[in-house]
Design a binder for this molecule. Structure first.
Ligand code: ATP
Length: 513
């Protein structure tokens, strides 16, 4: 097993063991690519959502938030292009009867080549120690260079055939690379076909009158159809943004990699309405702003990179992804898209209603242009969770597992622990919980020896443990232990709130943006 897959397995099992993420309906053996957030997971997810919402809506005077319905009039999806163009190329293996995404089969082949490169680099890094220069090694090692060139050439050809929707070439590429079915090992493939990713459902009680609906595949359209309502009722002037978080549904052909690619997931999207001709400037600004939001979490600038799209979606004139270094490599976390006037213009055509803005400075009506930022909440959860999960060696040969969450995102900010279950310590500890719980999520824990309780809180990512001991009875001070450094200091109970709130509050995180 490679280091990457081993780390990823740890992420999945830790998420389950410590009550973050469970497979959906697990007692019925689960449902493929659908997950439930458990007690700690729901808290972490809420905190990430709050960080996004406040950064967008609370800190920007010209951005408002809405909450549109999941069901929308079906013509919405005709206008948006999803009925005709929201497809993935699929291919079946004739022997195993298993279905795959043709482009993903090729990408996985490339990932194997990149895995070989990583291994070479790992080996060389060990051999050369401190003196190792990765860039130099990549540029000069013949094996690494040859593999990189091969990977690049395959990706380039894949990009071209996807762009031209050349399904025959996609199949030819799979055959040329001699890609076999991971299940059966067979190379007997069907032709590549397009497959629409939207889930259909029906509205209405009788079969004759029922209306065909779709579960929304993105939240953005709920914003576009409300553009004029919000602009008028909010007396909004361009440029302004509408933000929304909510569920989206995609019948993904290959839904693996835990919560990275799910069939039911949550998006956090913001559509920024601007004057035509200003889109380049706003696109660059939003790229920069969104990267700052990510960097504020302190997970390390080396974990992120931009990837500019060569193949643009039907609605975009520029697009980039913010990629994150997941345990399985750099992958898309967020998209920033310059969507032109495609969506509003198309809704105008389909509804026959004007979706325009009167610009008093230009003294004219026009359909606004749009720059969108779109991030998957579940992917962000996976980014934070996988990056925070750390295995640390301790003095004396022991080790500990710590979730080093950014403080403000941690499910619980503090745990109050009475040293022993007697002498009035539990009662005193509970009064501290009573006081702190008004300001941030605080838990009480009295089970097991205090050392084991520290380990448990480390594994849950709780930033501070507050221990109440016999000295507390005498001088009203407690021991505060910080999660990452394990440093302990004695603090007066009455100073606790101020001292901790300053570090764990959402405000403190927002100020870092
Ligand atoms: P991908 O290329 O990974 O399929 P996409 O380009 O189709 O993603 P967008 O349509 O731009 O994704 O959606 C915006 C964001 O929504 C993505 O950056 C991602 O974070 C999230 N997202 C998209 N599909 C899924 C999914 N199936 N499961 C979880 N999150 C998703």
């Amino acid at each position: 097993m490679t280091q990457q897959t081993e780390q990823f397995k740890k992420v999945i099992s830790h998420a389950k063991e410590y009550g973050f993420v469970f497979p959906s309906s697990e007692i019925y053996d689960g449902l493929s690519a659908v997950y439930d957030y458990a007690q700690n997971g729901a808290a972490l997810k809420n905190n990430i959502r709050e960080f996004w919402w406040k950064a967008m809506v609370q800190l920007n005077e010209n951005i408002v938030g809405i909450d549109a319905a999941i069901f929308m009039h079906p013509t919405t999806w005709k206008a948006s292009g999803h009925v005709d163009a929201f497809n993935d190329p699929l291919i079946d293996n004739k022997t195993s009867k298993k279905r795959y995404r043709a482009d993903v089969l090729v990408e996985e082949y490339v990932a194997k080549i990149e895995g070989k490169i990583e291994k070479e680099i790992e080996k060389a890094a060990k051999r050369f120690g401190e003196a190792f220069d990765e860039a130099e090694f990549r540029a000069t090692n013949p094996r690494v260079k040859a593999n990189q060139e091969k990977a690049d050439a395959i990706l380039k050809r894949l990009g071209k055939s996807l762009e031209k929707e050349d399904l025959a070439d996609l199949k030819a590429l799979i055959e040329e690379l001699e890609i076999s079915c991971p299940e059966s090992g067979s190379r007997e493939w069907t032709d590549v076909k397009q497959f629409n990713l939207m889930f259909g459902t029906k509205l209405g009680a009788s079969a004759e009158t029922a209306m065909d609906l779709y579960l929304r595949p993105e939240t953005a359209q709920g914003i576009f159809v409300n553009f004029l309502n919000v602009q008028k009722t909010g007396r909004m002037k361009l440029p302004f943004g509408i933000a929304q978080t909510g569920k989206a549904f995609r019948n993904e052909i290959v839904a693996r990699q835990f919560i990275f690619r799910m069939r039911e997931f949550e998006q956090m999207e913001m559509q920024f309405f601007i004057a035509p001709g200003t889109q380049k400037e706003w696109y660059e600004q939003w790229k920069e702003k969104r990267m700052k939001w990510h960097l504020a979490l302190g997970m390390g600038a080396d974990k992120y990179r931009f990837h500019d799209h060569e193949k643009l979606a039907h609605y975009a004139d520029a697009a980039a992804d913010i990629e994150f270094r997941f345990p399985f490599g750099f992958k898309e976390l967020e998209g920033i898209h310059s969507r032109t006037d495609f969506d509003l213009g198309s809704h105008e055509k389909y509804t026959g209603k004007k979706l325009q803005y009167f610009d008093p400075e230009r003294n004219e009506n026009y359909v606004p242009y749009v720059v969108e930022t779109s991030i998957g909440l579940d992917r962000m959860f996976l980014a934070v969770f996988s990056n925070s999960l750390t295995e640390e060696a301790l003095e004396g040969g022991a080790s500990r597992t710590v979730l080093k969450f950014p403080y403000a995102l941690a499910p619980n900010k503090a745990a109050v622990l009475p040293l022993v279950k007697k002498d009035g310590l539990p009662e005193l500890a509970k009064t501290i919980v009573e006081e702190l719980k008004w300001h941030f999520q605080t838990v009480y824990d009295e089970k097991d020896a205090v050392g084991r309780r520290y380990r448990r809180q480390d594994a849950l990512g709780t930033p501070f443990c507050i221990t109440v001991d016999h000295q507390t009875l005498e001088d009203q001070t407690v021991t505060v232990r910080e999660r990452d450094s394990m440093k302990q200091e004695r603090i007066a109970i009455k100073a606790l709130k101020e001292k901790l709130l300053d570090q764990v509050s959402m405000t403190s995180l927002l100020k870092k943006i």
